[in-house]
Write a protein that binds this ligand. Structure first.
Ligand code: UDP
Length: 327
């Protein structure tokens, strides 16, 4: 298939683009490079720089290349930032996605795989299934939920086949690709920046949550496993026109446990300092990904937190400045 990967210069999108190429697909990456890196785009992919809200750029792209499907990653993704600047999130994530979907449907593209999030759910102290209550704690999660709803209307009205994949906490690295957000706000890369001596300490955002050690609990899923589910979902759209699936390991780790695991992996002390809560954080988000396993035959392979952090550490050690030196 010829596949359009928006956000294919970003962390998850670039790993998916790489796996698609390895599976024999043709890939075009469309990315603004506001958050992504040109150096993350696999060399076998065609690269087009552009914004998802630029209808004429999308028209030109979809007229020039006949796409069999779209995998849509391009988005702003920081929960904390979305609580300070909601307008940017609604504009980019919702309005931009609507433009992309509308243009895709006008061009007869019928397969759409969407990068959604566990942030659509309310906090729960047990694994979340897709049937659990939807109640985003932050504007970021709300934007992803709105795009899921838009996709559902296009499925009903225009025959679009879609998969909304609700990621829990993507992390880890593949040999060529790792997590390098700018600015970095994610826990594991921040801890590893302490290990690299680039930060004096890691901050723990809230030690008064209703969890055993008082810090938030998340489900950390390796980016290669997450990416694999996209290829399976894309193929499954032929049998299942509408897929809404959680992608996680089903194991929850607190912020303190993640920091402790990083200490063990790196052999370093990694100072941590308690800070107030970050607005918009749910206390506990852990996946029940049974539906993805059953429907897609998905089987995450790197499920041990230490192994996940070790893969990230390997990438950060060998790319201490992320992609910057390579760009
Ligand atoms: N977190 C933290 N310190 C940091 C960054 C994150 O304590 O410097 C916490 C954050 O509050 C959340 C968890 O770590 O409970 C995971 O946050 P991250 O931003 O990595 O992912 P999110 O869960 O927001 O998608």
């Amino acid at each position: 298939m010829h596949l359009l990967v928006t956000g294919g210069a970003g962390f998850i999108g670039s790993v998916v683009a790489d796996q698609l190429l390895q599976a024999g697909h043709r890939v075009t990456v469309f990315d603004s490079l506001i958050k992504g890196y040109r150096a993350a785009v696999p060399s076998g992919a065609t690269f087009v720089r552009g914004e998802i809200h630029d209808r004429s750029a999308l028209e030109a792209l979809m007229t020039a290349g006949k796409f069999d499907g779209i995998l849509h990653f391009a988005a702003f993704i920081e929960a904390g930032e979305s609580m300070r600047e909601p307008g940017r999130y609604f504009q980019n994530n919702v309005a931009g996605s609507l433009t992309l979907i509308e243009t895709a449907v006008a061009h007869g593209i019928s397969r759409f795989v969407f990068s959604s999030t566990a942030a659509v759910y309310a906090s729960k102290d047990a694994p979340l299934t897709e049937a659990d209550p939807i109640a985003p704690a932050n504007a970021y999660g709300a934007t992803k939920l709105m795009v899921e709803q838009i996709l559902d209307w296009y499925a009903r009205l225009k025959g679009l086949r879609y998969a909304a994949l609700r990621y829990f906490n993507a992390c880890g690295a593949t040999p060529g690709r790792g997590e390098a957000h700018r600015p970095e706000t994610h826990l594991i890369p921040l801890v590893l920046q302490v290990a690299l001596g680039q930060r004096s300490h890691v901050e723990i955002f809230g030690a008064d949550y209703p969890t055993p050690d008082g810090t938030c609990i998340r489900d950390y899923i390796h980016v290669a496993d997450l990416a694999q589910a996209h290829l399976l979902a894309l193929a499954a759209l032929d049998q299942h026109p509408r897929l809404i699936l959680n992608l996680g390991n089903g194991a929850g780790y607190s912020v303190r446990q993640v920091i402790e695991a990083a200490r063990q992996v790196t052999g370093l002390r990694l100072p941590a300092v308690e800070k107030p809560r970050r607005p918009g954080d749910a206390a506990i988000l852990v996946a029940d990904a049974g539906a993805a396993r059953r429907l897609l035959g998905w089987q995450p392979r790197i499920t041990d937190l230490h192994e996940i952090i070790a893969s990230a550490w390997e990438w950060h050690r060998t790319h201490p400045h992320g992609y910057v030196a390579a760009s």
